[in-house]
Design a protein around this ligand. Structure first.
Ligand code: 5GP
Length: 188
């Protein structure tokens, strides 16, 4: 079953990272996380090379220029995120890959991998709850918060373009739900 692709997409603060980590902890799925490149600042608790490859804007733009990305996006103003070809080439031969990207990135990756991929949208229970979660994170300024909430609303409008939608009200239920969807796809 190696060589299949799970593309997770969800507004920032929707619980997606926890769900991705849950899937990665299940050995039989043989999943590896595609570490994206980004120009945003590293948050407390994040490790360069594990959570993201943190690049300067100049480095990122150089790599765009050299055609090194499968896809990239200016997700927030002047903050770039992208999937490097080198990252997936080394993983795909022997593993399934899981991606955590924004809506535009998810739809680009779906086009790239087509039937080998499954797109899953994680919907927060409500915008109010999403705001609470982002405020608890405390890493964001008011301005960042507003930008993230605006983007979340736009992303939620696109959820019907995904193969599967999971409403993340209760993390434990969502963990079971996503596991069953992913297992079903990988074993197909
Ligand atoms: P955060 O800053 O909260 O880690 O991520 C912000 C947004 O960027 C999230 O929606 C995340 O999924 C998205 N993102 C992370 N990596 C990539 C990537 O490689 N490509 C794209 N298009 N979006 C990404």
């Amino acid at each position: 079953m190696a060589g299949k692709v799970i593309i997770l997409c969800a507004p920032s603060g929707s619980g997606k990272t926890t769900l991705a980590k849950h899937l990665l902890s299940i050995k039989e799925l043989n999943l590896r996380f595609s570490v994206s490149a980004t120009t945003r600042k590293r948050r407390d608790g994040e490790t360069d090379g594990l959570d993201y490859n943190f690049l300067s804007i100049d480095e990122f733009k150089n790599r765009i220029h050299n055609n090194e990305f499968v896809e990239y996006e200016e997700v927030y103003y002047n903050i770039f995120y992208g999937t490097l070809k080198s990252e997936i080439e080394s993983l795909i031969t022997n593993h399934n890959i899981i991606f955590d990207v924004d809506v535009v990135g998810a739809l680009s990756l779906k086009q790239y991998f087509s039937s080998k991929s499954l797109t899953v949208f994680i919907n927060p229970p409500s915008i109010g709850e999403l705001e609470n979660r982002l405020r608890r994170r405390k890493n964001n300024s008011e301005e960042d918060l507003k930008e993230r909430l605006d983007k979340a609303e736009k992303e939620m409008e696109m959820k019907d373009k995904f193969d599967q939608i999971i409403i993340n009200k209760d993390l434990n239920i969502s963990k079971d739900e996503i596991l069953s969807v992913v297992k079903g796809f990988l074993n197909k």
